[in-house]
Design a protein around this ligand. Structure first.
Ligand SMILES: [Fe+2]
Ligand SMILES: [Fe+2]
Length: 188
């Protein structure tokens, strides 16, 4: 095939490919669902480690409570995948990997240190903020796609993530007080 004809053919194929699979909001919704599915499963593995590491009993209890909620959140996502007639499958999410890696670094660097809980709290809040952003977007897209039941399920999870974020903010004071006590004990 002559060079120019070949180029034309390649162009045509590319155009056909784009025409064949126009990426719609529904595709983006599915991709983002896979992203948060991966994130939630990663969080299920991480929360028990954070609860174990926490000095404050209240902080450990908050992590354990949210672990149970997160297991329910995965079940809600399973339902949304079902509504789309798609298998529930995660897609590696670099953002949550980065956030949880940072948390792991803090756990290592501040092991047994008075400031550990403050670090755990900060790491947990970064996770919640990421989730709040994702679920807010997914809920809005579900509404735009006319998927009212999916939007309701996503909103339920969003409410839990926001409540967790608030609970963690409230714990900040007791965590800092505990740090001060431990600091005094360490200095004595
Ligand atoms: Fe979650
Ligand atoms: Fe969460």
């Amino acid at each position: 095939m002559a060079k120019r004809a070949k180029k034309r053919a390649t162009k045509k194929t590319a155009a056909r490919r784009t025409r064949q699979a126009p990426k719609m909001l529904k595709d983006l919704f599915l991709e983002t669902l896979k992203d948060i599915y991966f994130a939630e499963n990663k969080i299920i593995k991480t929360l028990p480690k954070m609860a174990k590491a926490a000095h404050s009993k209240e902080l450990a209890a908050a992590f354990n409570k949210h672990l149970r909620e997160t297991q329910g959140q995965v079940k809600r996502l399973d339902q949304v995948f079902k509504m789309l007639d798609k298998p529930a499958r995660g897609k590696p999410c670099e953002a949550i990997k980065g956030i949880t890696d940072e948390g792991a670094e803090i756990m290592k660097a501040f092991k047994n240190a008075p400031a550990l809980d403050a670090g755990l709290l900060a790491a947990a809040q970064s996770v919640e903020h990421y989730e709040i952003s994702r679920y807010g977007t997914l809920r809005t897209w579900a509404e735009e796609l006319g998927m009212q039941e999916a939007a309701r399920l996503l909103q339920e999870t969003l409410d839990e993530e926001e409540a967790t974020d608030h609970a963690l903010t409230e714990l900040a004071t007791s965590v800092i007080n505990l740090e001060a006590e431990e600091g005094y004990r360490a200095a004595a």
